[in-house]
Design a protein around this ligand. Structure first.
Ligand code: FES
Length: 584
């Protein structure tokens, strides 16, 4: 074959398939000859090797039950790729299971994004199917793909089924926290907490509420990075497998059309995704991840503009933790098609999707709407404004956020006395002590759980209600930290305080007994202490910024950015910035 002798013959600028990214032996012809010899050792024919090569990320792991349907998904994707005339090639990348990663999965998100990006660059493929689902995997894959730039399509693993505990529908992980809170308050006994532990996760798949995984699934579809309807089918359903097959087919079309991520991840796509994040009452983590993905695509996120967008975007999806239902109900209600149709006047319908058609064209092709009670209309919302509000003030000069749709309305305008915990160890030591000086109207402050503090910005911002208050029946209390919280959590919880305490942000200098004002109406989070006093405290107690001697921890601590930059590494952001989103 002529191409075997000269792999750069034909389209020299953009080699395809197995000719892409040849290993450098100083002789391109030999490089391809060798590559083909080795892959033929696996039984491939020349005819197979001439097809468009579609890489498939295999993120199966015994430590990641949220990806437990990976073998079936890969089989369906491979079928779709071959039906469309491509050659599927699966390859492994890091997989991160939320509750199996120490110190926190977020510490590893950027590592997974680097793994994904470099494997996409290093290995010959004309397009890639990214299979992810658990919280950090989808953002990591989208970040890596945005940086690598080749045609990429996201396949979501899908949500787990709900379980049933003593006649009540339960699902991870809003109910995990609710039952654990009841156990801490001595409302249920050891037997019941053990019983419910068997029911909370009824199958493989991602958390069944509108937590971070479901939020990122919806964001991926809103960005145009999945096939239409790709966000919502549960993991173990035929619908999910059909989505997988269709994803394989579309990947081949994308490879042929050379439809790169730069054509899909545009300002309009990010604005659509932000609308959806707000309208689903999505996880606060969605802001961090979307900011990081946008940063890779060359866009900076304007948190104040996002807040303005939130004021005119109602929460429409009635899913826990903001509402009542679970992901399987969202899917039965038509999923993203129903939601996007309702949001139409607020969306850029001309944004391109992986299918090569625009969002508007896809909505026009979708099945007819029907009556359901999970996705509301804009004139009958779950919550009149977007689920997430952006706060500012002397306690968070770089911003902080609160998920107002999942908070107690009575606490959203509040002044209280600070009860400070210096870090996670201090919290563990004192939170349940009968001697803790705390009352229901106080404000719990937790320091040193930001990007550098813990490190990795763990989901510890959901500070438990002190046991003595829980026993008194207190269900919510204002809590403030520089950390994150699970998208499945509920409470009046201020998160992502920027700059974080570990690098000397004002949060570092809060003392027990200080007064703090939270006003969601005014988007304010203030420490009622004078600037002079704060400056004196900073002088008296200078902060030592965390560092490490070697390895990934050293890379992490020396390059990680703050929450307002998506907690990405500074050297991974796009070299050329294209603009700010959302645009004013
Ligand atoms: Fe994986 Fe919730 S633990 S999605």
């Amino acid at each position: 074959m002529q191409d075997q002798k000269n792999p750069d013959s034909g389209d020299q600028a953009q080699p395809e398939g197995m000719r892409k990214g040849l290993t450098n032996y100083g002789d391109a012809g030999f490089s391809l000859f060798l590559r083909k010899a080795f892959i033929k050792g696996a039984g491939y024919t020349d005819s197979a090797l001439e097809r468009p090569v579609i890489g498939i990320t295999d993120t199966a792991s015994g430590y990641n039950p949220c990806h437990g349907n990976m073998p079936q998904l890969i089989e369906a994707v491979q079928r779709g790729v071959m039906l469309a005339g491509g050659l599927p090639v699966k390859f492994p990348t890091i997989s991160i299971g939320e509750s199996f990663a120490a110190p926190t999965s977020m510490y590893l998100r950027n590592l997974m994004s680097m793994d994904t990006e470099e494997m996409l660059r290093a290995q010959p493929m004309d397009a890639v199917v990214l299979i992810g689902g658990c919280d950090k995997t989808v953002p990591a894959q989208l970040m890596g793909a945005a940086s690598a730039g080749l045609p990429a399509i996201q396949l979501i693993t899908g949500s787990m089924l709900t379980g049933s505990h003593r006649g009540e529908t339960v699902g991870a992980c809003t109910d995990c926290r609710r039952y654990w809170g009841r156990y801490r308050a001595d409302e249920i006994d050891d037997q019941e907490i053990a019983d419910v532990n068997n029911q909370l996760v009824a199958s493989v798949g991602t958390c069944s509420v509108m937590g971070t995984a479901s939020t990122m699934a919806c964001i991926a579809e809103a960005l145009g990075m999945t096939v239409p309807g790709g966000a919502s089918p549960p993991a173990v359903t035929a619908d999910r497998m059909r989505v997988a097959e269709r994803t394989g087919e579309v990947a081949v079309q994308m490879a042929k059309a050379r439809l790169g991520t730069d054509q899909i991840l545009t300002a309009k796509a990010f604005e659509n995704a932000m609308r959806v994040l707000l309208a689903i009452g999505g996880s606060t983590n969605g802001i961090v991840h979307l900011t990081a993905i946008a940063g890779r695509a060359g866009f900076e996120v304007d948190l104040k503009a996002l807040d303005r967008m939130g004021r005119e975007t109602p929460v429409l999806v009635d899913l826990k933790p903001s509402g009542q239902h679970y992901m399987e109900h969202f899917h039965a209600a038509g999923g993203m098609t129903t939601l996007l149709r309702e949001l139409k006047p607020l969306l850029h319908l001309d944004a391109l999707t992986v299918t090569g058609r625009t969002l508007g064209e896809e909505l026009d092709r979708a099945s007819a709407p029907f009556t359901q009670d999970v996705i509301r209309t804009r004139d009958n919302p779950i919550y009149p404004q977007g689920g997430i509000a952006v706060l500012q003030g002397n306690l968070a000069p770089g911003g902080a956020i609160i998920k107002q749709s999942a908070a107690d309305p009575k606490l959203m305008e509040h002044v209280g006395r600070a009860v400070v915990f210096e870090g996670l160890e201090d919290l563990a030591l004192r939170i349940d002590s009968d001697d803790l000086d705390v009352e229901a109207g106080d404000v719990l402050v937790l320091k040193n759980i930001g990007p550098k503090g813990a490190p990795g910005m763990p989901e510890a911002g959901y500070i438990p209600i002190p046991r003595k208050l829980a026993r008194q029946g207190v269900k919510d209390i204002v809590r403030i930290s520089d950390g994150r919280m699970s998208g499945t959590a509920f409470g009046t919880i201020v998160l992502h305080v920027t700059p974080e305490s570990a690098i000397g942000g004002p949060l570092a200098h809060v003392r027990s007994g200080d007064r703090i004002r939270l006003s969601v109406a005014n988007r304010e989070i203030s420490l009622l202490v004078s600037d002079e006093e704060l400056a004196q405290r900073a002088k008296d107690n200078p902060v030592v910024v965390p560092s490490a001697q070697r390895g990934y921890r050293k890379l992490f601590l020396s390059t990680v950015m703050q929450a307002d930059k998506g907690v990405d590494f500074d050297f991974l952001a796009a070299v050329e910035m294209k603009g700010i989103v959302p645009r004013a």
